[in-house]
Design a protein around this ligand. Structure first.
Ligand code: PEP
Length: 248
């Protein structure tokens, strides 16, 4: 059985006070029917971890280095994240791919480093609008996944995030997302050592309280990676309720 998971990606937002307030509100959610996770910026990680200690809310990094500790100015490596209490790390977010040159190989290297340090990678995949319009969605996603399958030995989490849906208010329809999720499961079973039906696959891209129910009612959607709506505790916790109600 795949348990529902809702992860909030806070990106580069907030002052320390904003983030502490948000964390305290989310930390009040005592749910066991859905896994709840937050990914604060690195500078806020320690404070967020302190507030969440003793709760069952999980902590994730937004990215990690493909290198081990050493002379890499500005980087944060996987073992630093695990030292701070993270259990997961997002890799290959489209903003990293788009603005920071993270290609499939680097994303796979990052996922591998995370795995070595005992963190579960959340690997983001997804097509641009141009790729979708030219009928290349599945091909692009399979290439993104294939690179990771070559490097990773254990189970990991996949987040399908169509690039055109991130932060645009334009979500994929539930049917569009379901089609891709189903395909990812099949592809994983055939082209990796993992069983696709065991993989947790999240949908991300303008998930809000008012579209979460219809997205989470799809059989292959196991939860969400939430950007904008995760910065508002009420919206985020409503999305968590939808996941608990409709998945599992
Ligand atoms: C994201 O950045 O992973 C994301 C899904 O953002 P949003 O929910 O704002 O579209």
């Amino acid at each position: 059985m795949r348990k529902a998971l809702v992860a909030g990606n806070w990106k580069m937002n907030g002052t320390i006070n904003d983030v502490k307030e948000l964390t305290s509100k989310i930390g009040l959610a005592e749910r066991t029917d859905v896994d709840i996770m937050v990914a604060p910026s690195f500078v806020h990680m320690h404070s967020v971890g302190e507030i969440l200690s003793g709760t069952n809310i999980l902590l994730a990094g937004q990215d990690c280095s493909e290198f081990d500790q050493g002379a890499f100015t500005g980087e944060t490596c996987a073992d630093m994240l695990s030292d701070l209490g993270c259990t997961h790390v997002i890799v290959g977010h489209s903003e990293r791919r788009q603005f920071f040159g993270d290609d499939n190989k680097r994303v796979a290297n990052k996922a591998r480093k995370a795995e070595i340090e005992g963190l579960c990678p959340i690997v983001c995949v997804g097509e641009t609008l141009e790729e979708r319009d030219s009928g290349r969605t599945i091909e692009v996603i399979e290439r993104q996944l294939c690179a990771v399958f070559k490097m990773i030995q254990n189970k990991f989490i996949i987040a399908y995030e169509p690039v055109w849906a991130i932060g645009t208010g334009k979500s994929a329809t539930p049917e569009m997302a379901q089609e891709v999720h189903q395909n990812i499961r099949q592809y994983s079973t055939v082209h990796s050592h993992l069983n696709g039906s065991d993989l947790r696959i999240l949908y991300g891209g303008s998930v809000k309280p008012d579209n979460a129910d219809e997205l989470f009612s799809m059989p292959d959607i196991d939860g969400g990676l939430i950007g904008g709506a995760s910065l508002d505790s009420e919206s985020f916790l409503k999305i968590c309720c939808s996941a608990a109600k409709l998945i599992n």
